[in-house]
Design a protein around this ligand. Structure first.
Ligand code: URA
Length: 247
């Protein structure tokens, strides 16, 4: 694989494209022990030894992070008004990371952050039906009748009903402060329609007041991650994701 030297260094997080051009001009970068001809020089990161300020620049083609997305943070790469999920990943090498899918601004929980486009396709393509499980608090008493309706496939105002979904009622309690009944549930869906979980509860006359994603395919949220924190996926987690969702 041949890449421009300046792009390679920027992708590896050495600096912005213009910063790395300066480093090259100031002779702070070497390719196989020699000064490069310029930022446009082609390098093969798997074969060439590239150093910056005397230290080897390690080649990382893909990075994978599990983020516990906090409320108030937007699932995008850049945003003018809100902090983005990419802003939260401070210990990264690659500059081309993106979130795999979207969670609403107020939804918390599991979000995979990577630059691996083909894995992203395997996880998000509509025909793949990768299961996603959510924990939610819902205003009102969620009933067995709701469980039956969710299992049949609800009409949420799309062209056709959503696919059958598995709803489990965990508990219901009366909130002492407001006397309102709050149900705790877990719901597994196999599509990713806009606001899907909230709209499914609206279709049975109820309102989601808290939503958190706990799993996506084989990947489970590490419950030791506080909202706003993240960790790299283990090699086993990456391999399992790659092999389980290929069709
Ligand atoms: N369903 C929703 O309504 N919101 C999300 O963020 C994810 C699924």
């Amino acid at each position: 694989m041949q890449l421009r030297l300046d792009k390679y260094l920027a992708d590896m997080g050495i600096g912005t494209r213009s910063q790395v051009k300066q480093y090259i001009r100031r002779e702070q970068v070497k390719v196989n022990g020699l000064l490069p001809q310029g930022p446009q020089q082609k390098v093969n990161p798997e074969e060439d030894e590239i150093t910056f300020q005397g230290k080897k620049v390690c080649y990382l083609e893909y990075e994978y992070f599990m983020l516990n997305k906090p409320n108030g943070c937007v699932s995008a790469v850049t945003d003018l008004r809100h902090r983005t999920v990419i802003d939260l990943i401070t210990q990264k090498n690659r500059r081309d990371l993106f979130p795999v899918g979207r969670l609403d601004l107020d939804t918390e929980g599991l979000l995979l952050i990577t630059n691996d486009g083909s894995l992203t396709h395997e996880l998000l393509a509509p025909g793949k039906h990768v299961p996603k499980t959510y924990y939610a608090k819902v205003e009102g008493r969620v009933t067995d009748e709701d469980v039956r309706k969710f299992a049949q496939g609800l009409d949420i105002g799309e062209n056709k009903p959503v696919l059958p979904a598995e709803l489990h009622i965990l508990s219901d309690e009366t909130e002492p402060s407001s006397e309102k009944i709050i149900s705790e549930i877990e719901l597994t869906i196999t599509e990713g329609k806009f606001h899907q979980v909230k709209r499914m509860f609206e279709a049975v006359g109820k309102r989601v007041v808290y939503l958190k994603r706990v799993s996506m395919g084989t990947l489970k949220l590490d419950e030791s991650l506080q909202p706003g924190t993240y960790r790299r996926l283990t090699e086993a987690e990456v391999n399992l994701l790659k092999t389980s969702h290929k069709q």
